[in-house]
Design a protein around this ligand. Structure first.
Ligand code: SAH
Length: 252
């Protein structure tokens, strides 16, 4: 219970002060209101819990993009967590997914998705497939998703789960995300869901012009950052303190 409160506090502190102008920047994209194809049913036995999760944990903390909120309402998060944690699937904290890894707190998934500002049809790389949940949320926005996972059993399980749930269009690969996914680059957005001590150069190199890299950085204290490729170079925004599992793999 204590851990839950700490994570909540981290989210709230980060939201104050730093997010204001960014929300303004993304609202233009949100206003397009293009409907992404939905792979999952709009309602199921737990859709009321998802609606509450979106209102109380996500919208209440300042995530505004209606497409992101709709995607979070659609993806059946309970189908991405192990059986024994299903009851907690819509609670305000991360959950174990096996292999000492976790699925992120719903708010953090929504925040990172909003920061990625994904337009329908955009090509997006995720590093750290884990359960496949963040990849599914990105797919619901109509993105062409490429996701890399370094732990083989997790990569295999996520692939099977994504297929079962109708996210067959998400591309997955077992490998080291430090190197990105060269054959599919460049990407309009890259979302990294494990924390490296410093930003991997290959990921910056695979960002399209105008593209955004959303990444937790740090080996002790971590900070969520957005690195945007502008005409003048890389612009860095520091968003909020976070706590992610460390990124493993090669550091070259
Ligand atoms: N996005 C996931 C949560 C990821 S937890 C979800 O929605 O469920 C972080 C994941 O990153 C773990 O599965 C971990 O194995 C993976 N990971 C860590 N280092 C990596 C690397 N170098 N390349 C690819 N995946 C990595």
């Amino acid at each position: 219970m204590r851990r839950v409160r700490v994570l909540f506090a981290i989210g709230m502190i980060g939201t104050i002060g730093t997010m204001g102008w960014f929300v303004a920047a993304t609202s233009a994209i949100a206003a397009e209101s293009v409907t992404a194809p939905s792979a999952s049913p709009a309602s199921d036995a737990r859709s009321d819990e998802r609606t509450r999760m979106v209102e109380e944990q996500i919208a209440a903390r300042g995530v505004r993009d209606p497409r992101v909120l709709a995607a979070m309402r659609r993806v059946p998060r309970h189908a991405f967590v192990p059986e024994r944690w299903r009851g907690d699937a819509y609670a305000d904290h991360p959950l174990p997914i096996g292999e000492a890894q976790t699925i992120s707190q719903p708010y953090i998934v929504a925040l990172m998705t909003e920061l990625a500002a994904v337009a329908p049809g955009a090509r997006v790389l995720e590093v750290g497939t884990g359960s496949g949940y963040q990849a599914a949320v990105l797919a619901e926005l109509g993105a062409d998703v490429y996701s890399v996972e370094i732990v083989e059993p997790l990569a295999r399980q996520a692939r099977a789960r994504l297929d079962r749930l109708g996210y067959g269009r998400v591309h997955t690969r077992h490998g080291d995300g430090y190197q990105g996914w060269l054959e599919a680059a460049p990407f309009a957005a890259i979302v990294v869901t494990a924390a490296p001590p410093a930003v991997p150069p290959a990921l910056l190199a695979q960002l399209a012009p105008g593209g955004r890299l959303v990444i937790p950085v740090g080996s002790g204290e971590q900070e969520l950052q957005v690195h945007e490729r502008t005409a003048d170079g890389i612009r860095i925004r520091r968003v909020t303190p976070v706590r992610f599992v460390p990124m493993t793999g090669g550091r070259s």
